[in-house]
Design a protein around this ligand. Structure first.
Ligand SMILES: [Fe+2]
Length: 208
C-alpha cells in the first residue's frame, strides 16, 4: 500500500504543478486584459495541448496557421512597435484567451460549476444560451469575435479590440474556420462547444 502511494506520488505532484501553472497563466492573461496602460511587452501563451489534439474539430493545419503564424505575429508586431499597437494588443490577448480555453473534443461537453450557474441565471439553460450565441455570432459583419462576458451577456467585438469583460471568446475571423469548414460558419460554431475547457473558464470566472 505504502509502495503504491510512493509510486503515484510523482504523478500527483506533476498534476498539482500543472494546475498551478495553468491557473497562474490564466491570472496573467486576465491581468493583461484588464490593464489600462499598455504593457511594454506581450507574450503568446503556450498551447496547453498538442497541435493535433483538437482534431477533427480544429485541425493541426488550422492551429499551425492560426496560432503559429497569425496569433504569434500580433505579439511580435506589438513588441517590435510595428503597426497599430491597440490592434496588435487585442490580437495577442484575445488569441491567448482563445487558444488556452480549448481541450481535446468531448461528446456532450457541457459547462459546469460557476459558469453553468451564470449561464442558467442569465439565459435559462445551456441550450437557450447556445441558440442566442449562434444568432449573435452569425450577425457579425466582416471580422470579429463573439464572447461570453463575465456578467453572463453575449457580446461581440468588431475586429479585435481589447474588452475588459471577456470570459469566453470565439474567434469569428475567417482564418479561424475557413480551412476546416470553408464557409460553414454554423458548423464551426456548433463544434466549438465540443472543445471548450470549462474548467479553465471556471478558473477565469473565479479570478475576475
Ligand atoms: Fe484569429
Amino acid at each position: 500500500m505504502v509502495l503504491v502511494f510512493f509510486n503515484i506520488l510523482p504523478i500527483i505532484v506533476v498534476n498539482i504543478n500543472t494546475c498551478v501553472d495553468i491557473a497562474n497563466q490564466i491570472r496573467k492573461e486576465l491581468t493583461l486584459i484588464e490593464a489600462v496602460d499598455r504593457p511594454e511587452r506581450l507574450e503568446t501563451a503556450p498551447l496547453p495541448y498538442e497541435k493535433d489534439a483538437l482534431e477533427p474539430v480544429m485541425s493541426q493545419e488550422t492551429i499551425e496557421y492560426h496560432y503559429d503564424s497569425l496569433a504569434k505575429a500580433y505579439t511580435k508586431r506589438y513588441n517590435a512597435g510595428e503597426g497599430d499597437p491597440e490592434f496588435n494588443r487585442g490580437g495577442s490577448l484575445l488569441h491567448n484567451l482563445f487558444f488556452t480555453q480549448l481541450r481535446p473534443p468531448k461528446r456532450n461537453n457541457r459547462p459546469t460549476g460557476s459558469v453553468l450557474k451564470l449561464i442558467h441565471d442569465k439565459h435559462g439553460s445551456f441550450d437557450e444560451f447556445k441558440d442566442k450565441w449562434i444568432e449573435t455570432a452569425m450577425s457579425i459583419q466582416g471580422s470579429g469575435w463573439v464572447y461570453l462576458s463575465k456578467s453572463g451577456d453575449i457580446k461581440t467585438i468588431k475586429n479585435q479590440a481589447v474588452k475588459k469583460d471577456v470570459l469566453l471568446p470565439l474567434d469569428m475571423w475567417e482564418h479561424s474556420f475557413a480551412l476546416d469548414y470553408r464557409a460553414d460558419k454554423k458548423k464551426y460554431i456548433n463544434n466549438f462547444w465540443r472543445i471548450v475547457d470549462w474548467d479553465t473558464i471556471n478558473i477565469r470566472l473565479t479570478d475576475y
